[in-house]
Design a protein around this ligand. Structure first.
Ligand SMILES: C[S@@+](CC[C@H](N)C(=O)[O-])C[C@H]1O[C@@H](n2cnc3c(N)ncnc32)[C@H](O)[C@@H]1O
Length: 297
């Protein structure tokens, strides 16, 4: 039986994240099992699915593990979980100001304590162009200042809610495989990797220095199969392209039209076709197209 989520109990992510889950969220939640051992989100980013699940009583999971290779993001979640007052105090020092933005951006965050590092991260996220997180070849955040009317740098209520949701959650900074390899029968894994680009000319989103290329996508599809063999239910999202159709042809695929709002090129905002792949058979809804294993478009 899938998880019966309720819109009023969905907690919103604290960061704006490329790949954040707008409309796709309802579709994703409708496939989540009603109960599980550990909920594992190995490419958590804004963690929209985790926060949506965590707001429900009782929670559908007994334990949860969030992982991302972005060190600033994970420092922010640790600060939220372990030191909310410190994080709020550090955030109060920021205001919406161009010079402060560039001064803050130029500082190396690697030696900061979690509260200061998390506050820097939230400030940049709320005031940079489009809320994007992009890094240069040296791994330094390089998104320019954004124009907003009155950006909410400190949303105390939102942070408190997220902090409660993160209590007791294991937070891992690193590659997704460090957590998928720990999944056991009865656990549930939601994989939301950097997406395959829609066209050859489109850039991979530079979330990190290492990037996530075609070989990584192939390895990830292998991981979905490995999890199925272990009896671990896993769900994955990506763009609907020839490559992903080929990669996931032995799984169950649902195609969904999604409106995307984060794109630096305004003409490229709009509907895109995305897929939800599951490594177990899911029921069929009305509007969605489902490709069963071995079935083409
Ligand atoms: C599509 S986003 C996830 C969006 C997220 N579901 C949300 O709700 O905002 C992909 C994430 O994967 C992370 N990432 C990229 N390569 C990774 C890797 N090898 N292991 C773990 N995380 C990785 C990026 O930092 C980014 O946050």
């Amino acid at each position: 039986m899938p998880f019966g989520y309720h819109r009023d109990h969905v907690i919103r992510p604290v960061v704006k994240w490329a790949g954040g889950k707008g409309k796709l969220l309802n579709e994703l939640l409708s496939h989540v099992p009603a109960s599980m051992g550990t909920y594992i989100e190995p490419f958590c980013g804004g963690a929209a699915v985790f926060f949506a699940l965590a707001g429900h009583t009782p929670r559908p999971f007994e334990r949860a593990i969030l992982c991302d290779q972005n060190e600033d993001l994970m420092a922010c979640y640790r600060a939220l979980r372990d030191d909310l007052p410190g994080l709020v105090r550090a955030l109060r020092k920021y205001r919406y100001d161009r010079d402060l933005f560039y001064e803050t951006r130029a500082k190396d965050p690697s030696n900061l304590k979690d509260a200061a590092r998390g506050a820097r991260f939230l400030f940049l996220n709320k005031t940079c162009f489009n809320g994007l997180w992009r890094v240069n070849s040296k791994g330094q955040f390089n998104v320019p200042f954004g124009t907003y009317k009155n950006p909410k740098i400190l949303d105390e209520e939102g942070l408190e809610e997220a902090s409660r949701a993160l209590a007791g959650v294991e937070l891992v900074t690193g590659d997704y495989r460090t957590v998928t390899k720990r999944a056991k029968r009865g656990d549930f894994v939601y994989l939301d990797p950097p997406y395959v680009p829609l066209s050859r000319t489109a850039q991979f989103t530079a979330y990190s220095m290492a990037g996530f290329g075609p070989k990584d996508q192939v390895k990830l599809a292998g991981e979905l199969a490995r999890l199925a063999k272990k009896g671990v239910k896993a769900m994955l999202s990506n763009h609907d392209t020839k490559e992903t159709e080929e990669l996931y042809k032995s799984f169950w695929t649902r195609v969904v039209n999604v409106r995307r709002s984060i794109n630096s090129d305004i003409t490229k905002r709009g509907d895109t076709r995305e897929i939800i792949v599951t490594n177990w058979d899911v029921s069929v809804g009305d509007e969605a197209v489902v490709r069963a294993p071995g079935q083409g478009r």
